[in-house]
Design a binder for this molecule. Structure first.
Ligand SMILES: NC(=O)c1ccc[n+]([C@@H]2O[C@H](COP(=O)([O-])OP(=O)(O)OC[C@H]3O[C@@H](n4cnc5c(N)ncnc54)[C@H](OP(=O)(O)O)[C@@H]3O)[C@@H](O)[C@H]2O)c1
Length: 249
C-alpha cells in the first residue's frame, strides 16, 4: 500500500465540509487520492473548499431535510461512479445548563447531530455495501466519554451517534463496511469550540488536565479520519477513538 495515495479510486462524502474541521478532512481525503463530495448549506464556502481539490464537487444541502439525503448520495454516484466513504461531520452545538435547555435547541441539535446522521447513513449504506470496503467515520466528541458542564443536549446527541456507530458496525461488518467514531477534545481551530475557548482559561484550567499539554487541531482529526477511511483500518470496527491527548486516560 502506498501510504500517501491509499484512497486512490475511492469516493467520499464529507458533511459539514463547509466548516472548519470538515474542510480539513475533505482536503486530507483528497490528498490521499479520494474524490470528495463536500456537503453544507453555504454555497460560497463549499465552492471555495472544492476549488482547491483535484476531484471534488459541492452539494448544497440542509441535512435536517430528509429529502436531501438521497440527493447527496445520488449526486456522488452520478459524478464519481461510486461511494466508498461517508464522514458524518456536520453538527450543531448549544451552550448552557441543562435546566435552561429549550425545546427549540433540543430539536435543532438532535435533528442534525443524530437524526440526519442516521438517515444519511441509511441512504448511503447500499452504495457503501456495493463498494466492498465501505467506511463510515462519525465525528463525535470527547463529551460522550467525559461529560462537561453546559453541553447536555450536544453531548447526549453525540452519545446517540456513538451508539449508532457500534450498531452499524455490528449490522454491516459482514457486508465489508467498517464504522468507527473519532471523539475529539477541544479543537483549537474548530469554530464550534470558540465559545468554550472564550469562556475557559485554556492555559490555566484545561492544558494541565491534558497529558499532551495542547489542544487538538483539525489536522489531528483529519489524520485519524483518513486512517480510518483506508485499508490500514480494515480490522477496526465499532471503535470510539478518544482524540484527546490523553485527557480521559
Ligand atoms: N471544534 C471542536 O472543538 C470540536 C470538538 C469535538 C467535536 N467536534 C465536532 O467536529 C465537527 C465539526 O466541528 P467544527 O468545529 O468544524 O464546527 P463548524 O465549523 O461549525 O462546522 C459545522 C458544519 O456543519 C454544517 N451544518 C450545520 N448545520 C447544517 C445543516 N442543517 N445541514 C447541513 N450542514 C450543516 C455547517 O455548514 P453550513 O453552515 O454550510 O451548513 C458546517 O460546515 C462537529 O461534528 C463537531 O461536533 C468539534
Amino acid at each position: 500500500m502506498d501510504s500517501i495515495t491509499h484512497l486512490d479510486g475511492k469516493a467520499a462524502i464529507v458533511t459539514g465540509a463547509t466548516g472548519g474541521i470538515g474542510a480539513v478532512i475533505a482536503r486530507a481525503l483528497a490528498e490521499a487520492g479520494a474524490a470528495v463530495t463536500v456537503v453544507g448549506r453555504r454555497s460560497e464556502a463549499g465552492e471555495a473548499v472544492v476549488k482547491d481539490l483535484p476531484r471534488a464537487s459541492f452539494v448544497a444541502a440542509d441535512l435536517t431535510d430528509r429529502d436531501s439525503h438521497r440527493r447527496v448520495v445520488d449526486t456522488t454516484i452520478d459524478r464519481f461512479g461510486r461511494l466508498d466513504i461517508l464522514v458524518n461531520n456536520a453538527a450543531a452545538h448549544t451552550s448552557g445548563p441543562a435546566i435552561q435547555g429549550t425545546e427549540e435547541d433540543f430539536d435543532r441539535i438532535v435533528a442534525l447531530n443524530y437524526k440526519a446522521a442516521f438517515f444519511l447513513t441509511q441512504a448511503a449504506l447500499p452504495a457503501l455495501i456495493a463498494s466492498g470496503a465501505g467506511r463510515i467515520v462519525n465525528i463525535s466528541s470527547i463529551g460522550t466519554i467525559k461529560t462537561f458542564w453546559g453541553a447536555a443536549i450536544y453531548n447526549s446527541s453525540k452519545a446517540a451517534l456513538d451508539n449508532l456507530t457500534r450498531t452499524w458496525a455490528l449490522e454491516h461488518g459482514a457486508d465489508g463496511v467498517r464504522v468507527n467514531a473519532v471523539n475529539p477534545g477541544i479543537v483549537i481551530d474548530g469554530p464550534m469550540s470558540a465559545p468554550v475557548q472564550a469562556f475557559l482559561d485554556i492555559e490555566r484550567d484545561v492544558l494541565p488536565t491534558i497529558p499532551a499539554r495542547r489542544l487538538a487541531t483539525a489536522a489531528d482529526v483529519a489524520a485519524v479520519v483518513t486512517f480510518l477511511a483506508g485499508p490500514g483500518a480494515d480490522y477496526l470496527n465499532g471503535v470510539i477513538v478518544p482524540l484527546d491527548g490523553g485527557l480521559t486516560a
